[in-house]
Design a protein around this ligand. Structure first.
Ligand code: MG
Length: 161
């Protein structure tokens, strides 16, 4: 196994549908819409999970958890992340740090950021200062600007466990 730091990037989008809340980084957030998704639609954890898989050369979230499989219908994305953490541990890696950017015009996310960081740090088995979650808008441009959905980017580094 390569002992150097490895980097991974993930990106995901989910469209809004009718609903009363969304889940971002495992935190339930009241909203006048929900996420159209096979799972709970936690776009930020999907981006993070893909980044971790990418860093460890383990493919992507769709390969491990196909959305054609009813086993994953409505599933908590933290469960998928936990399975990926087991995969990378088995391959001899641990998380060094994670940085997540959520692109959302609405809802406003500032008051939920600390809770998101705590959930992610706990799920990754790291300290909260190894995790950063930030939110931005797209200045009312594009699908996020039109409040049609939310996008998320994630970057992680992993090192030998
Ligand atoms: Mg997704």
């Amino acid at each position: 196994m390569n002992q150097s730091i490895r980097i991974g990037h993930g990106y995901d989008v989910h469209a809004f549908c009718q609903g009363e809340h969304i889940v971002l980084c495992g935190v339930k957030i009241p909203h006048n819409k929900g996420f159209k998704a096979h799972s709970d639609g936690d776009v930020s954890l999907h981006a993070l999970t893909d980044a971790i898989l990418g860093a460890c050369a383990l493919g992507d979230i769709g390969r491990h958890f196909p959305d054609t499989d009813d086993a994953y219908k409505g599933i908590d994305s933290r469960v998928l992340l936990a399975r990926v953490m087991e995969l990378i541990a088995a391959k001899g890696y641990r998380i060094n740090n994670a940085d997540i950017t959520i692109v959302a015009e609405r809802p406003k996310l500032a008051e939920y950021i600390d809770a998101m960081c705590e959930v992610v740090a706990s799920d990754l088995g790291v300290q909260t200062d190894q995790v950063n979650v930030k939110a931005t808008t797209s200045e009312k441009l594009g699908f996020t600007g039109r409040v049609e959905g939310i996008a998320a980017h994630a970057v992680v580094t992993v090192v030998a466990a």
